[in-house]
Design a protein. Structure first.
Length: 100
């Protein structure tokens, strides 16, 4: 989504190895792991109007088609967690409609 907005996301890959190490350490300690994903229902009923309509913006918005399906929509390929940090079957994934 960030890249679709024109942001440089190339630096984000640097965060993957430290996150992998942290996940491995937490798993080895037997800690409960919770993963979160920001995404909206396919009908966008949980999308705040302010996020849906951004006057004057020419950038893609939530729900519009993107390179990996509809942007920030649950169930679309681009909504999933990257394979490098993918949850184990025993770990909880929480889908939520905001970043907070």
């Amino acid at each position: 989504f960030g890249e679709a907005l024109g942001n440089d996301v190339s630096q984000l890959r640097k965060a993957i190895p430290p996150c992998q190490a942290l996940l491995e350490a937490a798993r080895n300690c037997g800690l409960t792991i919770l993963h979160t994903r920001e995404g909206h229902r396919p009908d966008l009923s949980d999308l705040h109007p302010h996020k849906r309509h951004r006057p004057g913006s020419r950038r893609p918005t939530i729900g519009q088609p993107g390179p990996f399906g509809r942007i920030l929509v649950r169930g679309e390929p681009g909504h999933d967690i990257i394979s490098d940090l993918y949850p184990l079957p025993t770990e909880t994934v929480i889908d939520k409609p905001g970043k907070g």
